[in-house]
Design a protein around this ligand. Sequence first.
Ligand code: MG
Ligand code: ZN
Length: 356
Amino acid sequence: MNKYRHLRLIFVIASFNILTITAQKSPKNVIFMIGDGMGIAQIYSGMVANGNKLALEQCNYSGFSKTYSSNRFTTDSGAGGTALACGVKTKNGMIGMTPDSVAAQSILELSSQNKLSTGIVVACAVTHATPASYIAHQVNRDMYDAIATDYLKTDIDVFIGGGRKYFEERADARNLTDELKAKNYQVVYSIEDVKSTKSGKLAGLLYDDQNPKMPERGTMLADATNAAIQILHNNKKGFFLMVEGSQIDWAAHDNNSTQVVKEVLDFDQAIGSAIDFAKSDGNTLVIITADHETGGMTILDGKFGSDEMKSVFTSKNHSGVPVPVFAFGPGAENFTGFMENVSFKAKIEKLLKLKK
Ligand code: MG
Ligand code: ZN
C-alpha cells in the first residue's frame, strides 16, 4: 500500500510541474496582424478560392472581437486601429487618442519603452489610419503630414509600406527622410533593399503614396514581414510587430469579391510567414484579427479551388458585426470567446511582462 501511495504522490508532483510549466510559458515576441475589413466571409472567400485551405487555419485558438467605437455603432479604421493599438474606444476618425483628445500610449510605444524592438509592415501608406494608430496621436486620420512626423517621436526599429511623399514632399518643407537618416535609419525605396537589410533601423518607403493593389504589388507584404522579423529578432529582449493586410477593406468597399480574394490570399501569405517563424522560434505569439468588417459580405454559393463564387455585399461601407480573432503560439489561449477590441493591449502587455 505504501509503495502505491508513493507512486501516486510522484504522479501528483509530476502533473503539478507540467501544469506549472504550461501556465508559465509566455511569449517574448508578438506579431499582431490586422486584416482591414476582414470578416468571416472575406476569410472564407480566400479559403474557398485557395482549395479550402489557408495558413490561418494553423491557429489553434479563436474568438471574436466587438468593434463598435466610442461614438458609433460602426467603427472606422482610425477608432478601430486605436482600440487595437492603445486599448481605448475613441471617436471615429481619431488616431491614438481618447475621445477628449488626450494621447493614448500604444502597445508598440510601450514595447519600445521596455527596450523591445518594434515594427510596422503594411500594404498601404505608413501614414494611413491603421499603422498610424500604433505610432501617432492626431485628432484626425487625414493629417498625413502630421502623422509622418510622429514616426520620429518613437524608437520604432522597422517600418515598411508606402507614403514616401508624406516624408519628403511636405507643406512645411521639412525632409523627414533626412531627419530619419540623422537618427541612424537606413531609408530604402525598394523591396530588394528591404530584403538585403539584416540589422539596424530601417524605413522602407516603397511607394510615393498608397501601395498598388494585388497582384501589382507582388509579394511585398510577405517579403517585408519576413525581413522585419529577421531584423527585429536580433533583440534578445523580444519584439512587437504589427502587420496589416490593408486593402481587403478597399476591395470590399468596391464590392469586388475577386479582388477581396486576392487581398485575403496576399495577407494569408504574410500570416504563413509569421506562423512559420513562430513554429521555429517557439517564443512568438501570432494574433490575427480585423478592425471591422467591410461590405456586409456573405457567400451564397461557390466551388472549392475557384475564385468565382456567388458573393453578396449588403453595403459599400463598414458593418457593425464582430470580427474573428485567431491566435497561435505561447499565450494563444488568452484570445478566445467574445472580446472587446480594447482588450488586446492589456493582454499583450501582461504576456510580454511590459512595465508602464
Ligand atoms: Mg487600414
Ligand atoms: Zn474601410
